[in-house]
Design a binder for this molecule. Structure first.
Ligand SMILES: CC(C)(COP(=O)(O)OP(=O)(O)OC[C@H]1O[C@@H](n2cnc3c(N)ncnc32)[C@H](O)[C@@H]1OP(=O)(O)O)[C@@H](O)C(=O)NCCC(=O)NCCS
Length: 187
């Protein structure tokens, strides 16, 4: 007995789309994860921590412990129980603990069906369950219009440009900051 409490298991979150949910990563997800994540069109709009090529060994590491080591709560986006994308919530620390960053990606065969819009709706709702969270935000690579539209459809506002704020593939890039405030939801 260590006296330490066991970590709370991630809840499965229903999406209002038949066959879809957010659920905890499983060891058996590695092949499907590698299949969908190993895509230059997914990788190019993700932060530098998203590997490319996304091999099955990398996928195995993610499902075994990578999703825990990464911090925050990280769900598989599942369709018919197959992991075809990923998403997460990352609460801020210290004086930024009222913030929660949101992240998401989806396998390309499923784009354009409102899935990410529904994922962001459910994740934002989940973030705002925590009473200390006043702001949910996402930095988006400049030019990622699809992701910005997903956020806009979920009541996020464009806060401004984060010029030269990140490095991607060895180049400094601009990002656009989007956020949704709890206080604005109440108005
Ligand atoms: C961004 C991403 C999550 C969107 O997923 P999705 O399930 O296709 O998104 P949805 O279908 O819910 O909504 C996409 C919206 O963007 C719009 N859109 C798509 N491409 C667009 C473009 N090039 N310009 C403008 N709008 C675009 C769609 O028309 C749709 O809006 P609408 O419902 O008003 O028509 C997916 O493309 C992806 O995983 N991309 C790679 C990783 C990534 O960018 N992650 C986000 C990092 S911030």
């Amino acid at each position: 007995m260590t006296g330490l409490a066991a970590p709370t298991p991630l809840p499965t979150l229903a999406l209002a789309l038949p066959g879809w949910c957010l659920r905890a990563w499983r060891l058996a997800d590695a092949p499907s994860l590698a299949r969908h994540a190993n895509n230059e069109r997914v990788w190019r709009n993700m932060s530098e921590s998203f590997p490319h090529p996304y091999t099955e060994a990398i996928a195995r590491h993610w499902v075994e412990r990578g999703h825990v080591d990464f911090g925050g709560d990280n769900w598989a986006i599942a369709f018919d129980d197959q992991a075809v994308g990923g998403c997460g919530l990352h609460p801020g620390q210290g004086h930024e603990r009222c913030n929660c960053e949101i992240g998401y990606w989806l396998g390309e065969p499923f784009w354009g069906r409102d899935v990410a819009t529904e994922v962001v709706r459910v994740l934002t709702e989940q973030a705002l369950v925590l009473p200390q969270i006043t702001r949910v935000f996402a930095p988006v690579h400049a030019g990622n219009q699809a992701s910005m539209r997903v956020l806009e459809k979920n009541g996020f506002h464009r806060e401004g440009e984060l010029r030269q704020s990140a490095i991607k593939a060895g180049r400094v890039i601009d990002r656009v900051l989007w956020a949704r405030l709890r206080s604005l939801d109440a108005e």
